[in-house]
Design a protein around this ligand. Structure first.
Ligand SMILES: Cc1ncc(COP(=O)(O)OP(=O)(O)O)c(N)n1
Ligand SMILES: Cc1nc(C(=O)O)sc1CCOP(=O)(O)O
Ligand SMILES: [Mg+2]
Length: 201
């Protein structure tokens, strides 16, 4: 599992063909992908499934990990390598019982969420929002790179990815704070030059 440059995306984030964006991003160095078809303008039902297949196949072809966000019923049909859930989604315990071998990612934004979560049952943590983001309307307040350092000190060996408002300008500060990787949406999907954006990340 390589989460160093973790692209998250659904069609609602794309002003170009999502498959085109994903292909370019992988060729430029993205190491993991999360299918997050969610929110205003997102696809539903069979359209969502079909796009999921297409993106899943691109990831399989290039041998990078494919994650499904939230929608656990998509994990099996899409043959996902893993699933990412947050505090308001299906619990990690239930997820682990249903999918003993899949990679499970869990979001944690503050110490209370950490206390209430079975951290050791997750395979990696998504920590954020590190910076302000306009991509997710219901995002919490920015927590800063200090949150990465806090988590790293508390959990020396679990992989941690920072998320939220990460750009080519600030990604290094997230890694320097102790993260194993950066998870981004707009830094790649909204970039004029996707190849350069991924390389700069
Ligand atoms: C890698 C990563 N980290 C955090 C999140 C956020 O998950 P969640 O809090 O469940 O919010 P939604 O993405 O479901 O809106 C993530 N998706 N990926
Ligand atoms: C999907 C998501 N989750 C977040 C969290 O803090 O848990 S922030 C976020 C949106 C990330 O988009 P961008 O890279 O464009 O800021
Ligand atoms: Mg979620």
């Amino acid at each position: 599992m390589n989460l160093r440059k973790y692209l998250i995306m659904g069609s609602q984030n794309c002003d170009r063909d999502p498959a085109f964006i994903l292909e370019l991003a992988i060729k430029a160095g993205i190491t993991a992908f999360q299918f997050r078809e969610k929110g205003a303008g997102s696809l539903k039902g069979n359209d969502k499934l079909e796009l999921g297949y297409k993106l899943r196949n691109i990831c399989a072809h290039h041998k990078i990990a494919f994650f499904v966000n939230d929608d656990i019923d998509l994990a099996e049909p899409l043959g996902a390598d893993g699933i990412h859930v947050g505090q308001d989604d299906v619990s990690v315990e239930k997820l682990r019982a249903r999918f003993p071998k899949k990679i499970i990612g869990l979001s944690v934004s503050n110490p209370t969420e950490v206390s209430n979560s079975p951290i050791q049952m997750a395979n990696y943590l998504g920590a954020g929002p590190i910076f302000n983001t306009s991509t997710k309307p219901d995002a919490k307040s920015a927590v800063g790179v200090e949150w990465i350092t806090t988590l790293r000190n508390q959990f020396p060996s679990i992989p941690i990815v920072g998320i939220g408002g990460i750009t080519t300008q600030n990604a290094a500060s997230v890694i320097n704070a102790g993260a194993d990787g950066v998870a981004v949406i707009s830094a790649v999907t909204q970039a004029n030059d996707i190849t350069t954006a991924v390389q700069r990340l």
